[in-house]
Write a protein that binds this ligand. Structure first.
Ligand code: BES
Ligand code: MN
Ligand code: ZN
Length: 500
């Protein structure tokens, strides 16, 4: 973790090797000249620097007998939470690129009003987002890169110069969340041969062990036999084709004081999705180690929720398995029976996520939760609908959607609601069982959501299809290529609010 300090004035022991100055759209010329001199403004303008998001202009200035590298970072109008996080991320990346051990991030001069926060809570959240971004500026997946070949990361310390002191209060929380995001990314980036169901269960055990001295946490892991005794026929149907033993993982946390409610977080944990006998072609299978991104998010967010000390009872639940082809894999036409007794005819073995989630949801419903939220890389169709960066949110519970979407806005993660029209359930009608696991091509994200809605057992429920944003192929914002850690930040934000 970085050493993050917050001040309202530039550190007196300057010069610092790298000073990043946030500059908003069309900065005031007089203020600019007063700070850097007219020559710098003219040079920046000549280099087409106008303070727009993504632009930067670097120069070297003398401070006494030392040189200081000053990087102007365009921040546009800093309108949303993501922009703030991106800014701190870019500042730290600049520091690494320059080989600096300390970065001073000056948010005052040209950001001005955009950072004079509406209320104290917004200011603290800004501190949280800045800390998240700063920490993520050092993220890289280098598990398989020899230590001496890893990209050097020189920055150890970030001094944030903010217009007032409030943001400092969000700093520690932001660092905890960034650790969780990084952990989630590591799970997703790890190859399927490493990140197996057993690996996820062991990681959950390590997390719970690290928390149990100070917090009321517990872990239950069910093996294949125990899941079989609990009649989890849909989950085990998917798992039966793999030699990797499945694991049903349940982490739980009770807050110290009064609890505001019981929230179950379910994550899709298919550690590799070959498609089964409805086999994926190479291109479609290439990234399918990422099919446990939902599990990665809930396991990691669980740890952060405990460390932050959220006021909800939290349960993180993952039915972890591979979806493989073999002599004992499930077949097309098989009929599976879920733990709530519903029978499902398999018309596509590649629609496996919803089967694993079905039994996880029935299990969660027995905990009598205030709400169940599930996160799943569920359908390519959701990416067709919303593109690669936006998650699809589905629920029949408008109040729950409002709470979730508000949390997403505060955390700066992109989501959009899709409808769940009951008439499309027609697509899931089966002649031999109560339903099929797959509908038609069009509306695939929605029919997947409608399938899940059959397993809520009357509980409040919201589904987030993260197939797009869970994995990144071109870097943007704080996201590097690979796992993004989406939507850990929103889960934390949601658990820090008040459910209606
Ligand atoms: N894990 C995939 C969905 C997916 C696709 C996630 C691409 C991320 C990127 C899921 O199990 C799947 O295969 N879904 C099928 C559903 C279909 C068979 C109804 C799909 O999207 O093609
Ligand atoms: Mn699949
Ligand atoms: Zn899948």
């Amino acid at each position: 973790m970085l050493q993050l300090t917050w001040t309202t004035a530039l550190p007196s022991d300057s010069p610092s090797p790298v000073v990043v100055v946030a500059v908003r759209d069309e900065p005031d010329a007089a203020a600019f000249d007063a700070r850097f001199g007219r020559g710098v403004r003219e040079a920046a303008t000549a280099a087409r620097f106008a303070g727009k998001a993504g632009e930067s202009f670097a120069f070297t200035a003398t401070q006494g007998d030392r040189l200081e590298r000053i990087v102007l970072l365009g921040v546009g109008d800093l309108r949303d939470a993501a922009a703030l996080r991106n800014l701190a991320h870019d500042a730290v990346r600049q520091g690494h690129a320059a080989g600096a051990s300390r970065v001073v991030l000056d948010l005052r001069t040209f950001v001005g009003n955009a950072l004079s926060f509406d209320d104290a809570a917004a200011a603290v959240r800004a501190g949280d987002l800045i800390a998240q971004g700063a920490e993520l500026g050092s993220y890289a997946y280098e598990h398989y890169i020899a230590p001496d070949k890893r990209a050097p990361k020189s920055v150890r310390e970030v001094v944030v110069v903010a217009p007032d002191g409030k943001p400092a209060e969000g700093s520690h929380r932001g660092q905890i969340i960034a650790s969780a995001i990084s952990r989630a990314r590591d799970f997703v980036n790890g190859p399927a041969a490493l990140v197996t169901p057993t690996h996820l269960a062991e990681a959950a055990a390590k997390i719970v062990a690290s928390l149990e001295a100070d917090h009321d946490v517990a872990l239950v892991v069910l093996d294949r036999d125990e899941c079989s005794r609990r009649n989890m026929g849909c989950f085990l149907g998917v798992a039966q084709g793999s030699d990797e033993p499945p694991r049903f993982i349940h982490m739980s946390y009770r807050p110290r004081g009064a609890s505001k409610g019981r929230v179950c977080l379910i994550g899709k944990g298919v550690t590799f999705d070959s498609g089964g006998y409805s086999l994926k072609p190479t291109d479609g299978m290439l990234d399918m180690k990422m099919d446990m991104a939902g599990a990665a998010a809930v396991i990691s967010a669980f740890e952060a929720a405990v460390r932050v000390g959220v006021a909800y009872e939290v349960h993180a639940i993952v039915a972890a398995t591979e979806n493989m082809v073999s002599g004992h894999a499930y077949r097309l036409g098989d009929v599976l029976t879920a733990s709530n007794g519903k029978t499902v005819e398999i018309n596509n073995t590649d629609a496996e996520g919803r089967l694993t989630l079905a039994d996880a949801m029935v299990y969660a419903s027995k905990l009598e939760p205030t709400a169940i939220l599930d996160f799943a890389t569920l359908t390519g169709a959701c990416m067709i609908a919303l593109g690669p960066r936006i998650a699809g949110v589905m629920s029949k519970d408008d109040a729950l959607v409002d709470d979730w979407m508000a949390a997403a806005t505060r955390s700066g993660e992109a989501m959009w609601r899709l409808p769940l029209p009951d008439d499309l359930k027609e697509q899931l009608k089966s002649k031999v069982a109560e339903m099929k696991n797959t509908g038609e091509r069009y509306g695939g994200a929605i029919t997947a959501g409608l399938f899940l809605s059959e397993f809520t057992e009357g509980c409040r429920w919201l589904h987030v299809d993260i197939a797009g944003p869970a994995m990144v192929s071109k870097p943007y914002g704080v996201a590097t290529v690979g796992g993004s850690g989406f939507p850990v930040a929103t889960i934390l934000e949601f658990l820090s609010g008040d459910l209606r």
